[in-house]
Design a protein around this ligand. Structure first.
Ligand SMILES: Nc1nc2c(ncn2[C@@H]2O[C@H](COP(=O)(O)OP(=O)(O)OP(=O)(O)O)[C@@H](O)[C@H]2O)c(=O)[nH]1
Ligand SMILES: [Zn+2]
Length: 190
């Protein structure tokens, strides 16, 4: 077995003992290894890079209005409790002579989501990365998520959602652009 997974599994086995479980009972025998692999999957974003993800899928286009990919499902882990927060992200941008392959926007979002995060930073990092890659006129990102650390434990408020936004470039400077963005978010939804 991979040395890294083996040492991570050892730590998980220890934690199982801490909660009063018997890590040697049949049902839990493979759990430490499984959890180690799952945690590596959930944090794969540390080992990815934006150039590989974008794969040069940038195309010359004169389009100079908003492009919006809505309802991108996001799962991440909060860095405070290492518990999931899940929801949706909407990524819009105004091109500057280049558009990006549509699938690359959710891929960029995943790269940052697959790290230990706070929702505010995730929202900002995605917006900034899209801006950097595209040199766009502006980027707008909105995220809505439920945090299981607020639902399953602690304050125990299931069903709350947290909304974060990040506006860069023309979206930050121009409220009409922001209004267009909010309008597009609702197109076809009512
Ligand atoms: N701003 C922000 N806070 C978050 C996020 N995810 C979790 N938190 C908060 O991080 C805080 C950590 O607070 P602490 O008081 O150190 O930890 P705690 O005792 O477990 O807090 P409770 O969750 O209130 O029980 C909590 O208020 C969480 O709700 C996030 O994405 N953004
Ligand atoms: Zn948390």
């Amino acid at each position: 077995m991979d040395e890294q997974i083996q040492s991570m599994a050892g730590a998980v086995k220890f934690l199982l003992g801490c909660i009063g479980e018997n890590p040697d009972r049949e049902g839990l025998l493979s759990t430490p290894t499984r959890y180690a692999k799952a945690l590596l999957d959930l944090t794969v974003g540390y080992r990815e890079d934006i150039d590989t993800i974008v794969n040069r899928a940038l195309f010359d286009e004169a389009h100079n209005q908003i492009v919006l990919v809505r309802d991108i499902t996001i799962s991440s882990l909060c860095e405070h409790h290492i518990l999931p927060f899940t929801g949706k992200m909407h990524i819009g941008y105004v091109p500057s002579n280049k558009v990006i392959g549509l699938s690359k926007l959710p891929r960029i979002a995943n790269m940052f989501a697959r790290r230990l995060q706070v929702q505010e930073r995730l929202t900002f990092q995605v917006a900034q990365a899209v801006m950097d890659v595209l040199k766009a006129q502006g980027v707008a990102v909105i995220m809505e998520a439920g945090h299981s650390c607020m639902g399953m434990r602690g304050v125990e408020k299931c069903g709350t959602s947290t909304v974060t936004e990040c506006f860069l470039g023309c979206f930050e400077a121009d409220r009409y652009r922001r209004e267009d963005f909010f309008h597009l978010l609702n197109v076809g939804k009512t």
